[in-house]
Structure formats: C-alpha cells, structure tokens
Design a protein around this ligand. Structure first.
Ligand code: NAD
Length: 491
C-alpha cells in the first residue's frame, strides 16, 4: 500500500494512515475532505480514523519500543536516522512547501521557511540524541549512585493546523531522539505534509512502529489517542479548551503532558525605542501566517509620548499589505477555514460596535477568489484593555493597540490577560530591559528584537492559560525522558 491512494473518492488523492510499516485506510473505510483555504474547494481526502485505528497505532509503537528494532538502537544510530530525515525533508522541500501552502493557505515563502525550520528540528535533535547524559550523585562511602535518563515509552502527539510541519518537528523530534516511539494525530484541517514526512521516515530507514501517523477528527481520533491506556506521555498544541480535556485524559491514565495553548502576547514599545527597528517586527509578528500563530504578538502597548507618531507610521505599513492566495505569495494568505474567518470577523464586528478607530487595513488583491477565507490585516487603535479584542486570542491578522503612560502600567497591562506565552520589549534603557524581562509572566521575552516562538534551540512554552511544560532546545529532551536512580553498594 502507499500513503497516497489515487483511486480515491471523486478522483482526488486520499492520504492514508501509517501504522507500523503499513499504509492503511481507516478501519471504518471513512474519509474526511481536505479544503484549500485559498479557494474553499475540496482537493484531497484523509482517513477519518477512530478508536480501532488508534489502538493499532499504539500497539505498533508499543511493539517498536518494547521488543522491536527501534528500542534496541544505540543513541547515535537514532541520531543518524533523525539527520537523514532532516536531509530528506530538505531534498523534498519544494514538494512539502507546495503541499503545506495549499493545505494551510500560507504564502509559499512562509511554507518554504517552515520546511527549513522542520529540517532544523530533526538536525538539532539528531545531533543531541547521543549527548543526553545522566549523572552520578555523591552518596554514602562504598556506594555509587547513577541517575539514568530513560525514554518514557510511547508518546502521543496532537498537532494543530497552523504549522503542521514545524509543530510536528518540534514535538516528535525530541521524543524520537530520546528513544520513544511516537503516535501522531495531526489536525483534520491541515496535515498532508506530515503524511509525506512519515513516508520519508520509512524511506530513510526508521524501524517499523517508531513513528506512526493517524489522521481524523479531534473528537474521535484525538480523544481516543489521549485516553489510550498504553501511552506514556502526551504532547498537545492547540486551544485551551481542548488542552483542558487532554489534561483530564492524562490524569485518568496518570501520565505526563505538555500543553502549548497559544497566547495574547504583547509588543511593548517605550518612547526611547529605535522605532525604525520596531516597525517591521510589529507588522510581521501579527501578519505572519495570517495571525494564526500561537506566539503572534496581537497586542501592541505603546508609550503615550510616541503613540500618535508610531501609529501613523505603522498604519502606513498596514495599508500597504497585500493579501492573496498561497500561490500569489504575498504578505498574507487566507485563514484556515470559513469557521475561523467567521470567528475573526466577529471580533472585528465588536470593534465596529464600540466605534474603535480602525487605523488601517491591508488590501485583498484583485483576482483573489471570493470563495477563499480572506480577512485583510487590520490595525485597531485605543483598544480598551478590558475588551475581548485586548484579552482573547483572535487567531487572525488583527492588531489591538493600547497606549500606556509609564513602565508600571505597561507591566500591569502586559500581565493582565489569562495568557503568558511570549513578549517583545523595545527600549534602550538597560535597567528597564532586565526589570521588565524578569517581571513579565510568560515563557519567552525578546528584547529589541522578535522571533515568533524563538529558534529551535530555545526552550519554548507558556504559563497560565498558555499551558505548561517546555518544548524546543534541550529542555524538550528532559520532558521526553524520566530519571531512574540506581544505587550500587560495592564496599
Ligand atoms: P483545537 O484545540 O480544537 O485543535 C488542535 C488539535 O487538537 C487538532 O489536532 C484537533 O484534532 C485536536 N483535538 C480536538 N479535539 C480533541 C479532543 N477532544 N481530544 C484530543 N484532541 C483533540 O483547535 P482548533 O479548533 O483547531 O482551533 C481553535 C482555536 O485554538 C484557535 O482559534 C486558536 O485560538 C487556538 N489554536 C492554538 C494553536 C496553538 O498553536 N497554540 C493552534 C491551533 C489553534
């Protein structure tokens, strides 16, 4: 069998599940349509999997870990396989970028950047696989104590639709490097690139069952995976509501979980900042991936003496933004679905109802299909901090600007939402840089720069409703392992 069954419903490609080393349709035979956000048209189908498929995948992973070739590989051999997978991703980069762009609606240049980042995850964790050391602990005379870092076993990975490849790389890369066997349930809205990457993993020689991929809805396949009694850990990225359900499922099985649940992250601009440097970051941090980024900076806090001047310049940049299909490859593409578009338009309706100043809107270019899910980037001024626009994750290209008077107010506003994922701080004052960076309640702070979510090497995760646990960097390897203490008496 092949990942891609071309004799599919309506003659569109149907993508299958990878279980062990076998590509297979859902046990029920059901499929789900995949919709192209740029046009609203169905362009492929995926397996609509359920409990039975998840059970097979978990058993395949369990076997790979407990008895199969995967569990027996030396750390450096796992690392080599991860490196080979990184190379396969780069070698097939254009195919993957095309698939990701079409599936998610993101402009081609963003999808190409996602390919590079995904390969970097496998390079980083490939290099780290044999460098994850344990420790010895000084104890009583005549005794040696070893702290042995062991894999957890079978890890479950629930991946969202906004960055399928990148979040797959971030979640699975560390887990495989640590020696776990993985079962991945990607999002039903966008996941085709992952089916291809799973094939590349087989091609480069991953033993059967090390990596299993099962598509389907969250309610059926996702819930079945997170509740499965034979998994040992869950890595989840998505909404806070589903994150809470996943955590409950983890509690029932007494397993650990990392939750990455998005944010309402602030850019904080003080009057002494280098405004030329801030402007492109303030735009990109909300327009990248049409604002559907967990670490998007969707709040802009600006010190009052520069507020009008800065907002004028920013409005100029927003007005020049061009929106179009993934193929047009402009500044911004469509949102993922009609539902997501409706959700963002609701927020914009609240701005209208409150008569808030819309300072600028980008332009949907001529010839863009009106069946696509497009919303122009929108800059809203003087947003009252207690409005939903200033507090809730919109997950669209909408930037809410809020003026502030002094450092203490900026800090209070920045920390005033239920979220705490990242923050960007723009000031030349060294004391303020460290004071603020330490007092901000979030997982990452960028000072005089911004890189949504940070590099592969940088631990990433949130506090409060943004979740808990850390992914990326070496920190993820600690999340995906457990420490066993061995006490030897030798006299
Ligand atoms: P979601 O949380 O419903 O979906 C994320 C993943 O969880 C998908 O793979 C989905 O199939 C799965 N899932 C859904 N229900 C499940 C369940 N009961 N058990 C296990 N898995 C389940 O997110 P969404 O509906 O796609 O988007 C809604 C909102 O979530 C967005 O508007 C945005 O605010 C937020 N979101 C955040 C991120 C992020 O990167 N933090 C990503 C996507 C969405």
């Amino acid at each position: 069998m092949n990942a891609l069954d071309r004799g599919a419903p309506a003659r569109l490609a149907t993508y299958q599940n990878l279980i062990g080393e076998t590509w297979q349709s859902a046990q029920s035979g059901k499929t789900l349509p995949m919709v192209e956000p740029s046009t609203g048209a169905v362009f492929a189908h995926i397996a609509a999997s359920g409990k039975a498929d998840i059970d097979l995948a978990v058993k395949a992973a369990r076997h790979a870990f407990d008895e199969g070739a995967w569990g027996k590989l030396a750390a450096f051999e796992r690392g080599r396989l991860l490196m080979k997978l990184a190379q396969a991703i780069l070698d097939n980069g254009e195919e993957l970028a095309n698939l990701e762009a079409r599936d998610c609606g993101k402009p081609m240049k963003q999808a190409r950047a996602d390919v590079t980042a995904t390969a970097r995850y496998f390079e980083f964790y490939g290099g780290a696989a044999d460098k994850l050391h344990g420790e010895t602990i000084p104890y009583l005379t005549g005794m040696t104590v070893i702290g042995l870092r062991e894999p957890l076993g079978v890890t479950a990975h629930i991946v969202p639709w906004n960055y399928p490849m990148q979040i797959f790389g971030r979640s699975v890369g560390g887990s495989l490097a640590a020696g776990n066997a993985c079962v991945v349930k990607p999002a039903e809205d966008a996941c085709l690139s992952l089916v291809r990457i799973a094939q590349f993993a087989l091609d480069v020689g991953f033993p059967p069952g090390a990596l299993n991929l099962v598509t389907g809805t969250g309610e059926e396949a996702g819930a079945a995976l997170t509740a499965h009694p034979e998994i040992d850990f869950i890595s989840f990225t998505g909404s806070p509501e589903v994150g809470a359900m996943v955590q409950r499922a983890a509690a029932d099985n007494h397993v650990g979980v990392t939750l990455e649940l998005g944010g309402k992250s602030p850019q904080i601009v003080f009057a002494d900042a280098d405004l030329d440097a801030v402007l492109p970051f303030a735009v990109n941090a909300i327009v990248q991936n049409a604002g559907q980024t967990c670490s998007a900076c969707s709040r802009l806090l600006v010190e009052k003496p520069i507020y009008d001047r800065f907002m004028d310049r920013l409005a100029g940049l927003f007005s020049a933004l061009r929106v179009g299909t993934h193929e047009a490859d402009l500044d911004c593409g469509p949102l993922i679905s009609a539902r997501q578009k409706g959700r963002v338009e609701n927020f914009l309706g609240e701005a209208d109802a409150a008569k808030l100043p819309v300072l600028a809107r980008g332009n949907i270019v001529e010839g863009t299909p009106d069946t696509g899910f497009f919303v122009p980037p929108t800059l809203i001024g003087n947003v009252p901090p207690d409005m939903r626009l200033a507090r809730e994750e919109i997950f669209g290209p909408v930037l809410s600007a809020i003026p502030f008077s002094e450092e203490s107010e900026a800090l209070r506003l920045a920390n005033s939402t239920d979220y705490g994922l990242v923050a960007a701080l723009w000031t030349r004052d060294g004391g303020r840089q460290l004071r603020m960076a330490r007092a901000l309640r979030c997982g990452q702070v960028f000072v005089n720069g911004f890189g949504a979510g940070g590099g592969i090497e940088l631990p990433f995760g949130g506090v409060k409703k943004s979740g808990h646990g850390r992914e990326k960097g070496f920190e993820a390897l600690y999340e995906f392992t457990q420490l066993k203490t061995i006490v030897l008496k030798h006299g």
